[in-house]
Design a binder for this molecule. Structure first.
Ligand code: HEM
Length: 133
């Protein structure tokens, strides 16, 4: 009898490792709630009075970026993130606050350490590429 072929493990997406839709949604909520506090004043100042639009769009974007449903592409189109950030002054301070704010949001949601480190490294590349001043 021929032996059963060994099952090839399906790679788990970052989206699934994080906890799927519910956690990605919570993460973006927590991120913008934290941004609205004193610690992230410089980052907050780059944004308009209302953070709801940004929160919803970051959720759509992260969903696809983490390997889940491509919500941003479906609802808005090509992210072209750097171009979309050009109207805002993004320097080292704003980049660092963005990353710290995201790190704090992940810590508060008890994201596992190795996953958090991996995500912060990827966020760093994206955030650094957004600098325009
Ligand atoms: C480096 C520091 C960053 C600053 C200061 C910044 C700031 C902003 C601002 C001011 C907006 C506009 C919000 C609005 O329309 O009301 C925005 C939108 C957005 N940001 Fe950032 N951002 C940063 C990094 C990032 C990173 C790293 C990501 C993704 C991982 C990201 C994803 C987005 C998305 C998806 C939108 C919505 C774009 C749209 O459809 O108009 N941002 N950001």
């Amino acid at each position: 009898m021929t032996p059963e072929p060994e099952a090839t493990p399906t790679p788990i997406s970052l989206y699934e490792r994080l906890g799927g839709e519910a956690v990605v949604q919570k993460l973006t909520e927590r991120f913008y709630r934290l941004m609205d506090t004193e610690d992230y004043r410089a980052l907050r100042a780059v944004h308009g009075p209302d953070l709801i639009r940004a929160q919803e769009r970051l959720y759509w974007f992260l969903s696809g970026w983490l390997g889940g449903p491509s919500l941003y592409q479906e609802k808005v189109g090509n992210p072209m993130l750097r171009a979309r950030h050009l109207p805002f002054k993004i320097g080292l301070l704003e980049r660092n606050q963005w990353l710290l704010c995201m790190h704090q949001a992940m810590t508060e949601l008890d994201v596992e350490e190795s996953l958090k480190d991996q995500l912060i490294q990827s966020f760093f590349k994206t955030a650094d590429w957004m600098r325009n001043t």
